[in-house]
Design a protein around this ligand. Structure first.
Ligand SMILES: C[S@@+](CC[C@H](N)C(=O)[O-])C[C@H]1O[C@@H](n2cnc3c(N)ncnc32)[C@H](O)[C@@H]1O
Length: 221
């Protein structure tokens, strides 16, 4: 098996089950045009998040790491009209691009974008008693992934789903001596999960149009 086959199959699945509509295409184009990194999830991963959201009848979703709002749009489209997505972005310029994409998608009434460091905003959300969220998608900076996950549990309820992206990093997680703080960040989370009773968790390897990686998928016990 090679990368080309993984890409072709990813496109095959995407064409069948996760077609990119005008709104999602627009979000990708504006992200690119603004010179932002194209590190959003893929269409098939967006559809995967939607399936998870529907499985847990999500009405309230929390996302860490907005970028241009591509994954946020997938998530917002998975909740009912009176549902809500709160998404956290550190970079105010990125947040501005995302905000205009939410308006273009006519989803701005259901998306609350918070600009700031995720660790600070998570504390604010706790104080504001915004919990519980039905689904939490962690996709911000990697070094504090364990702290993000632990905060996510505090903002969840039994049965809430927590997903954390990019925890395999092309297999670099196998290197316990890695000097990469992103690798060490996700390794801390993966290791912590192995002995933890608060969630039932696994890691799915992802291949396709994005780099070889993986996602933690967990449900709160
Ligand atoms: C991988 S991108 C998010 C991609 C997005 N979820 C998608 O799939 O469309 C990670 C984002 O996290 C943001 N970020 C980095 N550090 C952060 C922090 N401490 N708090 C909040 N956001 C942060 C980055 O600016 C970037 O936009």
């Amino acid at each position: 098996m090679d990368d080309k086959l993984f890409m072709q199959v990813d496109e095959y699945i995407s064409n069948l089950l996760a077609p990119v509509d005008d709104v999602l295409g627009h979000a990708e184009r504006t992200t690119h045009a603004a010179g932002m990194p194209m590190i959003n999830i893929s269409p098939v991963q967006g559809k995967f998040l939607q399936v998870l959201a529907k499985m847990c009848s999500a009405k309230k979703i929390l996302e860490l790491g907005t970028l241009g709002g591509y994954s946020t749009i997938w998530l917002a489209k998975s909740v009912p009209e009176d549902g809500k997505v709160i998404t956290i972005e550190y970079n105010p310029d990125y947040a501005e691009v995302a905000r205009s994409n939410f308006e273009f998608a006519r989803l701005n009434h259901m998306i609350d974008i918070r600009v700031g460091k995720a660790l600070d905003v998570l504390v604010e959300l706790e104080k504001e008693q915004m919990a519980p969220f039905d689904l939490i998608f962690i996709d911000a900076d990697k070094p504090p992934y364990l702290e993000y996950f632990q905060s996510a549990i505090k903002l969840a309820r039994p049965g809430s789903v927590i997903v954390a992206d990019n925890v395999i990093r092309e297999g670099a997680v196998l290197d316990e001596h890695s000097a990469d703080d992103k690798v060490q960040g996700v390794r801390r989370l993966n290791q912590w999960l192995s002995g933890n009773k608060a969630v039932t968790a696994t890691i799915l390897q992802n291949v396709g149009i994005k780099e070889y990686d993986g996602m933690v998928v967990a449900v709160v016990n």
